[in-house]
Each structure stands twice: as structure tokens, then as C-alpha cells.
Design a protein around this ligand. Structure first.
Ligand code: PMP
Length: 393
């Protein structure tokens, strides 16, 4: 059975171009970039090139890029590091209700440490309420952290508007762009973004590596103490092959952005239209157009997302759900809940996230299987409902 992987928002396969770039650093060029001999210099050249490639892709200077172990670390560091280093200026942070747990949990921790955090609402499409941002930002606000694009529903925020407000109010603006790099243009200097998190494994790069961009002049405390790596702010011997892979992956993703987004947008809209045509009671979660080119999040009425996910898996199709079973009860996605999606529809939510090589034929096959699976699950659901009706009689 040919498997179809539609869970690229979760992770992506490593591209062969990236692997080729990494290979020498996994074998012959194994030196420590801090060593002064030729082995060290060779490794350092790889790290330097990666930093330059990312800086070019993001529109910033190379010395504004710090390598990390992934976006979770970048987010933790950005929030903790900026909040603590700027505490003398104020005590208030603004974020949104639909952020990734690596932002939300860090905010909760900062609250326990005495910071005040405002969690902005979103509208029914997943867009942050700009009127609320304007209402809550005040002289005590030191940091605004709003994600560039949501990992569940794909909604792309009005980043430029948020960055402009932050600039006007003299507040540092961080964005979690983990899902957005390679999908939307992100020129951090031009847009006035002060800090930004990215991750390797979401853009056909390796896992366990990411970066944090911090604009020169923004004060941030170190993430780890020790050696002088990463300009003295993130100590520890660099993961050279992974860093080299991240650099190449970001370069490719931004190089191919126009072609890939155009193709994916077309296929995304085709898939949404086909599902809507053949499966009644479907609901598109997220923004109808201002969404990631590779994201489709659908709720199927009278269907539990998890059951559908398992049935599709048996048919060789990998997707993910918006809700997760925790200790016997179904916990709905905090993103869908914040968007006001009803608990029933939230439980029926399934995320399809395409890879750049997806084809129309594959999507036609997915639609065919979806029709079968949803029909079966609705029959079971109707039968169990009528059974409950009988028991009540
Ligand atoms: N932020 C967002 C929006 C994400 O989608 C993810 C990954 N699911 C992360 C942060 C965490 O990234 P990493 O796996 O690199 O730690």
C-alpha cells in the first residue's frame, strides 16, 4: 500500500538536498567549531554559512541568528530571556489564546514568577483581535508574542499590523514563525519584528535544531551559561550537521516559496471544494483565505476526529486531530475552543497538512477514502444514538 503523509505540520521528511549538505559534517568534517585547527575551522565555516543563509532568507544580519535545539527552546528563551532582561522597564506581557504550548506554558511560568500576562482572544477565523491588543497594551507592557501562523488551523496573523503597534508603543515584538517560514514572506527588518522562532523539522530540515532571531539592540538574558558559543548567550558545543541542515532547509524553503505556495494553495482549495461537494456537514476551521497554503482543518459533523484519523491510517493516510484523549476524556483543542467552535465540531476536527510534493491524484484518493470513512462513522454514530433512544424508552 502506498502511504500518503498529510501531517507535515507535525513534521516533514528530510530533503535529499539538505541531507547531502549535512553528510560531510556527519563524517569527515567532524571538528568542533571552537577549535582553532583546520578541523575546527572547517566545522566553523559550515556553521557560519548556515547563519548567513538564514540571515539572508529572513532579511537580518548574521549576528542576529542564534542556533537552538528547536522552536520550543527558541520560544522558551525568547519569552524568559526578554521578560527577565527588561523587567526594569515593565511587568506586562501580551500573547494570544491560540499560541503553541511552548509559549503558553512559558507565560504561565512567568505569571507564577510575578509577571502579568494578557491572553488575547481571536475571532472565529483565528485572527487575533487587534482592537484588544490596542486596548491592553500600556506603559507597563514589555513584550508582545503573537504567532505568525497557527499550527492547527493555519490562520496567518496580520503580523505587519501587530509589529507596527509594537513599534509605536515601544514594545518588543516576538513571533513564533515555526509554521510560517517557507510559506509566507518574513523579512524581519522590513516588518519590524524584534525576535522570531523557527524550527528545522517543519521545513524538510533535521529535527532537534532551530534558531532564534533577536534584533541587535534587544536585550535578552542567556539561555544557557557556559562557553562562548552563540555569542555567549547559548552555551554548548554546536550541533554542526543539524545547523548546516537548518541553513540549507531555510534557504531552499525561501528560494522555492513562490512556486510551492502557488501549487499548494491550488491543491488546498481543490481539496476543500471536493470534500465540500461530496461530504455533507463539513466545516472548514480557520480563515478561508488568510491561511497556510498547505493547511486544511475540517470538522465533520457526527464524526469523532480520532476515530476518523485511525480509519484513515488503516487506509494508509496519515492526518492528525484537533482533540486529544487525555485520561479517558476528550480534551478539545484550545485553538478551536478560542475560535468559538462548538465542542461537537471540535471533536470532529481533522487536520490535513500537505507536503510540497503532494499530487492531485493523491488528494483524489484521500477524498475517496474520506467519503467511505465518514459515511461508515456516521452510520455507527446514528446507530448508537438510536440505541440510546431505545434504552431511554
Ligand atoms: N511552535 C509551533 C507553532 C509549532 O507548530 C511547533 C511544533 N509543533 C513548535 C512551536 C515547537 O517546535 P519544535 O518541535 O521545534 O520544538
Amino acid at each position: 500500500m502506498n502511504k500518503i503523509y498529510l501531517d507535515n505540520a507535525s513534521t516533514t521528511p528530510l530533503s535529499s538536498e539538505v541531507l547531502n549538505e549535512m553528510m560531510p559534517y556527519l563524517t569527515s568534517d567532524f571538528g568542533n567549531p571552537n577549535s582553532l585547527h583546520s578541523f575546527g575551522r572547517q566545522a566553523k565555516a559550515g556553521v557560519d554559512l548556515a547563519r548567513e543563509r538564514i540571515a539572508k532568507a529572513l532579511g537580518c544580519d548574521a549576528n542576529e541568528i542564534y542556533f537552538t535545539s528547536g522552536a520550543t527552546e527558541s520560544n522558551n528563551w525568547a519569552l524568559n530571556g526578554i521578560a527577565k532582561a527588561n523587567r526594569h522597564k515593565g511587568n506586562h506581557i501580551i500573547t494570544s489564546k491560540i499560541e503553541h504550548p511552548s509559549i503558553l506554558e512559558t507565560c504561565k511560568k512567568l505569571e507564577r514568577e510575578g509577571f502579568r500576562v494578557t491572553y488575547l482572544d481571536v475571532d472565529e477565523t483565528g485572527l487575533v483581535r487587534i482592537d484588544q491588543l490596542l486596548h491592553y497594551v500600556n506603559a507597563d507592557t514589555i513584550l508582545i508574542s503573537i504567532m505568525a501562523a497557527n499550527n492547527e488551523v493555519g490562520t496567518i496573523q496580520n503580523l505587519q499590523a501587530i509589529a507596527s503597534i509594537a513599534k509605536e508603543k515601544n514594545v518588543i515584538f516576538h513571533t513564533d514563525a515555526t509554521q510560517a517560514v517557507g510559506a509566507i514572506n518574513l523579512n524581519v527588518h522590513e516588518m519590524g519584528i524584534d525576535a522570531m522562532s523557527i524550527s528545522g523539522h517543519k521545513l524538510n530540515g533535521p529535527k532537534g535544531v532551530g534558531a532564534l532571531y533577536v534584533h541587535n539592540g534587544v536585550v535578552i538574558s542567556p539561555f544557557m551559561n557556559g562557553g562562548e558559543q552563540e555569542f555567549g548567550l547559548r552555551a554548548g558545543t554546536s550541533n554542526v550537521p543539524a545547523i548546516v541542515g537548518l541553513g540549507k532547509a531555510v534557504e531552499i524553503a525561501t528560494r522555492d516559496i513562490i512556486v510551492n505556495s502557488k501549487k499548494l494553495r491550488g491543491l488546498r482549495d481543490y481539496f476543500i471544494a471536493q470534500v465540500g461537494k461530496y461530504i455533507p456537514m463539513t466545516h472548514l476551521n480557520g480563515h478561508p483565505v488568510q491561511r497556510l497554503p498547505n493547511n486544511v482543518n475540517l470538522s465533520f459533523g457526527m464524526v469523532e476526529g480520532e476515530s476518523l484519523m485511525y480509519m484513515l491510517d488503516l487506509a494508509g493516510i496519515a492526518v492528525s486531530t484537533g482533540s486529544a484523549c487525555s485520561s479517558g476524556s476528550i480534551e478539545n483543542s484550545h485553538v478551536l475552543t478560542a475560535m468559538g467552535v462548538s465542542p461537537d465540531l471540535a471533536q470532529g476536527a481533522v487536520r490535513f497538512s500537505f507536503g510540497k510534493n503532494i499530487t492531485k491524484e493523491e488528494l483524489d484518493f484521500v477524498v475517496e477514502k474520506l467519503i467511505e470513512c465518514v459515511e461508515k462513522l456516521r452510520k455507527i454514530s446514528a446507530m448508537s444514538k438510536s440505541q440510546v433512544g431505545k434504552e431511554d424508552e
